[in-house]
Design a protein around this ligand. Sequence first.
Ligand code: SAM
Length: 275
Amino acid sequence: THFGFETVPETEKAKRVYKVFENVAQKYDIMNDAMSLGIHRMWKDTLLHVMHPQPGAQLLDVAGGTGDISFRFLDYIRSQEERQKRRVARSSQTPSWRDISNNYSTQDEPRESRAVVCDINKEMLKVGKQKADSLGVSAGLSWVVGDAEELPFDDDQFDIYTIAFGIRNVTHIDQALQEALRVLKPGGRFMCLEFSKVNNPILSRIYDAYSFQMIPVIGEVIAGDWKSYQYLVESIRKFPNQEEFKGMIEDAGFYCVKYYNLTGGVVALHSGFKL
Ligand code: SAM
């Protein structure tokens, strides 16, 4: 094609992806806002809303980059904890069945919630870690260099596995899905945000025009990097549609696989469980 990426051999893809994110790491957050007009924040908030994690949950955020999903995860859990505290305070005089059952819970000490940000690119992790340190939100976070296709974790470790705008960058998607299944605990949930296929023909034309013509321009203006953003647009075009990807998640061995279209299918949120 005119983009010239079709001929890149698979072994080259990983190298190219690495270069892209190495180049954009410092400007990654600002580029996300610029290119999605801030809408990526809403997609990520929706992921957390659907996930609805509870105190004690252990998250693995693969292709986690600068940590957006993990920050939101810990933030969400903190607000859940606040709500629980308020409920207990309110009911201290007349305890509800819920407080009583909490007191008799089999778990003595509630586990601390944790989020592990795992990414193949140490530059992206470095930017994320600096952000966490400067915002004072490093507690509960860890940053691990690792490949989605060969995760550096033991089996059955996590309650939730997320991969946001990462899976289309992976060379062997089936291998990454196998690894997700392996590291999740039984009952654990796989959740993926990824650009997908717009069904509405009018929205589709606007989106095509915007992404093909504007995104590389914004990439050049803000990050001085046309090619990386050309790659981005091309990789979105090549990624399987909602139903195909759902089938791949099922083939990997997940159950109750479903998806939600966000912004008319510009992005899809896929979810499945390990049983
Ligand atoms: N999840 C973050 C977010 O939503 O803002 C970052 C998404 S960014 C578009 C994609 C990330 O995938 C990059 O940080 C890149 O380094 C990472 N990545 C690409 N291939 C990977 C692989 N095989 N294993 C782990 N991470 C990978």
